[in-house]
Ligand binder design. Structure first.
Ligand code: BDP
Length: 334
């Protein structure tokens, strides 16, 4: 009796241990094989170049993971404005990923303020030489200190001012109320140009231009056009003061839960989606420019950009010190 009892206890113990072990193993397996849904927030409309990039990313992740990792793209700002979605991505809320302007990231990670420095890049090729360099990629990696995994940069062209008031020269900016992104450097830049900066979410700009709460704003042609700002602000001056790249981001805790193999799938998909976004950008920018022109917007090109650069010099002197190495490096790039 005693013996059979101990045999029973022993076999029970074995069974518990075994199930314990095997359930541990199958849990591990399940995690590898489990379906994961990633919610990705996008502020722009469904046909915008960044959304094309997001969707390409989702498609490539799905393919490479045999449908196991499903990225759901929510365009049109339906999950909230950029500030609130970045907060959620950072804190591990209901948004796991987003594509945002690096300007929005400045309040979460001051290093991203580099891109707000006016006239930092000569053109797109110098910008991309930097973004693709180790130093540019390091800035993405450094977002990890803010609990976010930076996966890729997307193209966002150059930003220029547009107004409902006449705007064909620098002096016209004097006293104009200009909406800006939440970025201390941009606020200083607009002040240095003689205007009054007002921070407000992108989604509120159209209404604010209509009601006259603001006179002006600044953006690239695709945003100026797709958000219909061009129907209210009929003066666009192409000073190209900033080239602010877009960033594709994931919550760091979520990233860390993926196996190295899945991390590779996600990173490779993000990297490969850049080409799609850039291609779509080139076409969309052309289409936007044509639409703006056809709508009768007064478009002024800037021949004397040196005058604008001179006006913002104090802003660069004050804020450039923290980015000195990066700025020196950028100047070495073609
Ligand atoms: C656009 C960016 C978008 C920003 C917007 C803005 O693509 O992410 O929200 O500018 O000005 O160019 O806030």
């Amino acid at each position: 009796m005693k013996r059979s009892l101990s045999v029973l206890i022993l076999s029970l113990l074995c069974a518990v241990l075994l199930t314990g072990c095997s359930s541990g193993a199958s849990k591990e397996k399940a995690r590898e094989g489990a379906k994961v849904t990633i919610r990705l927030a996008e502020a722009h409309p469904a046909d915008y170049p960044t959304t094309d990039g997001d969707r390409k990313f989702a498609e490539l992740v799905k393919q490479a993971s045999n449908g196991r990792i499903n990225v759901e793209v929510y365009p049109g700002g339906t999950l909230g404005d950029e500030n609130s979605v970045v907060s959620q991505v950072q804190s591990g809320g209901t948004v796991d990923m987003t594509r945002v302007s690096s300007a929005t990231l400045t309040s979460f990670n001051p290093q991203m303020g580099l891109f707000a420095l006016p006239y930092l890049f000569r053109d797109s090729s110098q910008e991309w030489a930097f973004l693709n360099s180790d130093k540019g990629q390091q800035l993405l990696k450094d977002l990890q200190t803010s609990n976010m995994m930076g996966l890729a940069y997307y193209e966002s062209g150059a930003r220029s001012f547009y107004s409902s008031k006449p705007l064909t020269k620098l002096a016209d900016l004097k006293g104009q109320k200009i909406r800006v992104q939440q970025s201390a450097i941009t606020l200083e830049m607009v002040t240095a140009l003689g205007a009054n900066p007002i921070v407000m979410p992108y989604g509120d700009v159209f209404g604010a231009l209509q009601t006259g709460t603001i006179d002006a704003a600044e953006n690239n042609a695709p945003s100026f056009e797709s958000a219909n700002h061009y129907t209210v602000a009929k003066n666009y001056i192409l000073d190209g003061h900033q080239r602010v790249p877009e960033v594709l981001l994931m919550n760091l805790a979520m990233w860390n839960k993926f196996s190295p193999a899945d991390q590779k799938i996600i990173q490779d998909a993000a990297t490969a989606s850049v080409a799609t976004e850039k291609e779509s950008w080139a076409k969309y920018e052309e289409k936007s420019n044509a639409k703006i022109k056809a709508a009768g917007v007064t478009i002024t090109s800037v021949d004397n950009v040196a005058e604008w650069q001179e006006a913002v010099k104090p802003v660069i002197e004050k804020n450039g010190a923290q980015f000195k190495d990066l700025i020196d490096y950028i100047h070495t790039l073609k």
